[in-house]
Design a protein around this ligand. Structure first.
Ligand SMILES: [Zn+2]
Length: 601
């Protein structure tokens, strides 16, 4: 279908081109890239892009504004410099920058247009390209330009590693391994395939269903390599067993070195990785649940996806209300996968949920923002919610998401006599919308699938998604024969509700608990405490809880704010706290036992 395929007569070629341009917009020929890094200490990737322009007018080149998987605008275009465009006769073409991320190459009518540019790669972060003396990491959305509106062109990438660097690892298909040449069927695939370069270590690969899984990394540290690969194999077996199908031909775990975070891709994932972490039991579970999370994403979000998350709008980002499914349920399945693979006990799983519930329940954001809102507003709030508010008014779908996942799973198991579970929802979404229809699902379709499987209306459950309705833990935990302690218990000492930090000689109020005695007295963050009951305060003299006072005691704080000092009288109170301890009920019914045992071993 590309102009490279020559037909026998001029007429058919012409007709074919006209037809394809008119009907399909034309896929266009291969876009070729060569990436070099001759002086890696300068942290610059040099890129040569070669393409055949449409024979009409200017060519518009674009750099994405974000990377799928990391839902924040990144402004990658700012790192591009020294752009030079030439035509087939080596004539330099004029260009101008338009907007934040477009370059218009004037009169790009020649067949072979060549564009060269530099990308500064000096910020080490999982969603940023990075280069130093020892290794390179390419986030393709930040390095490869595309022709505006021609994302469906295929691409060929040649990587020229720095001197003495041996290895190039990526999920892209290999055209020539010795020359580090790779191909992508279109730019969605290219943009979804990060590249790691350097002297890398590859651990012994394993197969699941005959499909190879590789682990390649930079500076992976000291740990039991065989054991880690056995554990990762169990993760892959459990996750793919749950869905019942593996959609890729090869999968690569790219360990990009110590740091934080990972990003999921179609047949690869980048993970920040420090091997020594897996040497402790806690560290091992943390690392394996992180790996299970990124791996399970190749189903949940890359293929089981909200309708808004594809095709991607690389200019603006794609807003969806359903990141509680894509992220929240992926967190939920981290623990389920580890438990089913024998890497995490039921007690450890329950303890993790207790942690998520506590973190959600102790933030006032739960009274102000629903899960759907947290999802849609992530583009402005950040992945974990806003931090600059007077008090916390946002929630994290990473905390509430897995908790509603647990509730939904118990609910479906209860309503179906333990014959169905959340697994059936995931499988149905995968088979119906990805395999059969090759598209994402709408919010209504998701609800419909859940209700069909549960066999009942789930309006009450979906209120937990679209409103700030308090979660009825007791009811749903009871379905699995579990009891959760939600009784408020008084914390010893008196409650003030102010958190402070010494800044030089000043005691600065860093935050005030929402609805605490201090909050009710009008104290807000940012003020400086000049004195407490007439004496100069130290770091230890006030805090959220004051151990040697009791409820009803009066505190007078002199607080300086905006150049004005004023005394504030606060009647101390009592702080109530819930433990959210989870334990099995006595004498469970047969159904309760079956649900618990089937859910978690
Ligand atoms: Zn995730």
């Amino acid at each position: 279908m590309t102009p490279n395929h020559r037909s026998k007569s001029f007429f058919t070629t012409l007709l074919f081109s006209l037809l394809s341009f008119a009907v399909f917009g034309g896929k266009g020929s291969t876009v070729k890239f060569t990436v070099s890094m001759e002086n890696p200490e300068q942290q610059i990737f040099h890129v040569v892009m070669e393409f055949e322009a449409k024979q009409t007018s200017d060519a518009v080149l674009k750099m994405p504004m974000w990377s799928p998987g990391y839902y924040q605008l990144m402004d990658y275009a700012e790192k591009l410099d020294n752009l030079v465009a030439t035509d087939a006769n080596n004539k330099i073409l004029q260009w101008e920058k338009k907007g934040k991320n477009s370059w218009i190459i004037r009169n790009a009518k020649s067949k072979n247009i060549r564009v060269e540019y530099d990308i500064k790669a000096d910020r080490q972060f999982v969603a940023n390209s990075f280069l130093d003396e020892e290794h390179g990491y390419i986030v393709p959305t930040s390095v490869f330009l595309h022709l505006d509106g021609e994302i469906k062109r295929d691409a060929k990438v040649t990587v020229n590693p720095a001197k003495n660097w041996e290895d190039v690892a990526t999920g892209l298909d290999v055209a020539d391994a010795s020359k580090h040449i790779f191909t992508a069927t279109d730019f969605d695939v290219l943009y979804d395939s990060p590249i790691l370069i350097g002297n890398l270590e590859e651990l012994p690969a394993f197969e699941v269903n005959g499909i190879p899984h590789r682990f390649i990394g930079y500076k992976i540290g000291e740990f039991d390599r065989g054991k880690l690969m056995q554990d990762i194999k169990k993760v892959v077996e459990q996750a793919s067993g749950l869905i019942g199908h593996i959609p890729y031909k090869h999968y690569t775990f790219l360990a990009i070195g110590p740091g934080r975070g990972g990003i999921e891709h179609l047949n690869s994932t980048t993970i920040s990785f420090e091997g020594s972490e897996v040497n402790s039991e806690q560290g091992r579970i943390r690392m394996l649940s992180f790996i299970a999370h990124e791996y399970f994403h190749h189903y949940n979000v890359k293929r089981i996806r909200p309708i808004e998350l594809g095709p991607f709008d690389y200019d603006k980002g794609n807003k969806t209300n359903m990141l509680w499914v894509s992220e929240g349920l992926t967190v939920y399945y981290e623990y389920i996968i580890l438990n089913r693979g024998g890497m995490m006990s039921r007690e450890q799983v329950l303890d993790t949920f207790k942690g998520s519930i506590k973190s959600y329940e102790t933030q006032p954001g739960r009274l102000f923002q629903s899960l759907a809102q947290a999802s849609a507003e992530t583009w402005s709030d950040g992945p974990f919610g806003r931090t600059e508010d007077e008090f916390n008014k946002t929630i994290s779908y990473y905390a509430k998401g897995p908790v509603v996942g647990l509730i939904l799973d118990f609910l479906i198991r209860h309503e179906t006599g333990n014959k169905k579970s959340l697994d059936d929802v995931m499988r149905t979404l995968y088979n119906k919308y990805y395999i059969k229809e090759n598209r994402g699902f709408t919010e209504a379709e998701l609800k419909q699938v859940c209700e069909n499987i549960a066999g009942v209306s789930l309006n009450e459950f979906f209120d937990y998604i679209y409103t700030t309705q308090e979660l009825d833990y007791k009811k749903y935990f009871n379905y699995a024969g579990l009891d959760i302690d939600i009784n408020p218990v008084e914390v010893p000492g008196a409650y003030l509700g102010i958190n402070t930090k010494m800044n030089g000689d000043s005691l600065v109020i860093t935050s005030v608990d929402y609805d605490s005695p201090a909050w009710k007295a009008g104290v807000r963050k940012g003020g400086i405490v000049l004195n407490v009951n007439g004496t100069t305060p130290s770091q230890n003299s006030i805090g959220a809880i004051i151990p040697d006072k009791k409820a009803g005691d009066i505190l007078v704080l002199d607080i300086l704010k905006s150049g004005v000092s004023k005394p504030t009288t606060i009647a101390l109170g009592t702080k109530l706290q819930r433990s959210f301890d989870i334990k099995p009920v006595k004498n469970p019914t047969e159904l309760q036992s079956a649900i618990l045992n089937n859910w978690c071993r």
